[in-house]
Design a protein around this ligand. Structure first.
Ligand SMILES: CC(C)(COP(=O)(O)OP(=O)(O)OC[C@H]1O[C@@H](n2cnc3c(N)ncnc32)[C@H](O)[C@@H]1OP(=O)(O)O)[C@@H](O)C(=O)NCCC(=O)NCCS
Length: 378
């Protein structure tokens, strides 16, 4: 029996019970399993945060060691997957490649159809380890470089930078990347996570749920916004225009400025607080504060003019650029982190599943409409 009509875009609708992530959009609070994101960003690492998301509690030292070892051991790709990556057009975007390659990973999963708790955890380890490998491998293939083998002695964050650049990353770059991974790891029922839960709830497989989530993340209103921010900063820099004038013109033309606004936060996105600082610190220490300074001018203007706050994507753009990462890898990097949250939600959904099947308010032609024979149609 259908009841009330939901607001457009399901705004304000509670669509699931979940014990994973809590957001207070008015107070600017984000917490994973009750622990404040500021505390996690300061004290945790990606492996520990992922354990927390999947198991609902912080690990003991032996539990964390075992978890990290299992994640490192899952860094394997079937040779056919590498051949597949090599067969893709070099013009394909890394996000399209990731979407297609994650789907293909299921061909080589030993129990692709299984959706029980233990199988879901095993697949979550595999996907969390493999997604960074896919992103780094395709980037190197398209640049004509050899694919780098993973290093089990490195943390998840350091291993990705190693796979991408073929050089051991500095402690500063590793920590900055690790914090970025913590900050992006989960965000309640954002569009891609909701997509993953809807797919999982049909008792399709985990790879299908994550493939769908990647498709949702790709859009510029969601994870694709970080790339759009950097394209804007590059365009401003190339044209030598004033950043404030640029966004002023965008607003006059009723265009949205990527990296601002949020459906849930009505105050500062707590993730933006860390990314702003990271962008500034990395920019200053690399002697390349240009992108931070440009971003900050834009932020002050948009905040003053439109009362809109920077979201997670605004300062991640300048942060990643200062770390030397190509623009079209920003959204795949979001996926490298968000797989932790997607997996947690898929596991939670399947632990207590019911098909997700809402209703629509019908606004089409009145029933019963006449079926007109084809020869009589105007
Ligand atoms: C995130 C976002 C999709 C949320 O959308 P939403 O909750 O549906 O909000 P709306 O798009 O309805 O925006 C509400 C109002 O704020 C304005 N607004 C919202 N974000 C804006 C932005 N980035 N730039 C300019 N105006 C913006 C809208 O134009 C609208 O104004 P109006 O009421 O005068 O028409 C939206 O803020 C947006 O498109 N931001 C840019 C993309 C982005 O950074 N996405 C990443 C999110 S983490």
């Amino acid at each position: 029996m259908a009841t009330a009509v939901a607001a457009k875009g399901l705004e304000g609708i509670v669509a699931a019970n979940s014990g994973i992530c809590w957001i207070d959009g008015d107070a600017g609070v984000l917490a994973y399993r009750g622990i404040d994101i500021h505390e996690l960003a300061e004290k945790s690492n990606f492996e520990e945060t992922t354990y927390l998301l999947w198991h609902g509690k912080l690990p003991t030292k032996p539990e964390l060691d075992e978890f990290s070892k299992k994640l490192a051991a899952a860094r394997t790709l079937h040779p056919e997957i590498l051949s597949l990556l090599k067969s893709f057009p070099k013009s394909a975007t890394p996000m399209e490649v990731l979407r297609t390659a994650v789907s293909a990973l299921s061909f080589y999963d030993k129990d692709e159809k299984a959706v029980d708790h233990d199988s879901n955890i095993r697949k979550s380890f595999d996907l969390t380890a493999q997604i960074p490998m896919l992103v780094a491998a395709f980037d190197r293939i398209r640049k004509g470089k050899d694919v780098v083998a993973p290093d089990p002695s490195l943390s998840h964050a350091a291993n990705f930078l190693w796979l991408l650049n073929g050089e051991k990353p500095s402690a500063t770059a590793t920590r900055a990347f690790d914090v970025a991974l913590i900050l992006h790891a989960d965000h309640e029922l954002n569009a891609s996570t909701f997509a993953a839960r809807v797919i999982a709830a049909t008792l399709s497989d985990v790879h299908s749920a994550i493939t769908g989530a990647i498709g949702a993340l790709k859009g510029p209103l969601h994870g694709g916004a970080n790339e759009a921010v950097m394209r804007m900063l590059f365009a401003i820099d190339k044209a030598g225009t004033d950043p404030v004038e640029h966004v002023k013109n965008m607003l006059a033309e009723k265009k949205k400025v990527s990296g601002f606004g949020h459906r849930v936060y009505h105050t500062e996105d707590p993730r933006a607080t860390h990314l702003r600082k990271m962008s500034e610190d990395l920019g200053n220490s690399a002697g390349r504060a240009k992108w931070f300074e440009m971003s900050h001018k834009i932020e002050l203007y948009i905040k003053g003019e439109k009362k809109l706050n920077a979201n997670v994507d605004f300062y991640s753009a300048s942060t990643y650029t200062t770390l030397g990462i190509d623009i079209d890898l920003f959204t795949p990097i979001f996926a490298i982190s968000r797989i932790a949250g997607w997996a947690a939600h898929v596991i939670e959904q399947l632990d207590d599943n019911r098909l997700i099947r809402p209703r629509a308010e019908y606004i089409g032609p009145e029933y019963p409409a006449e079926y007109i024979a084809i020869e009589s149609r105007a």
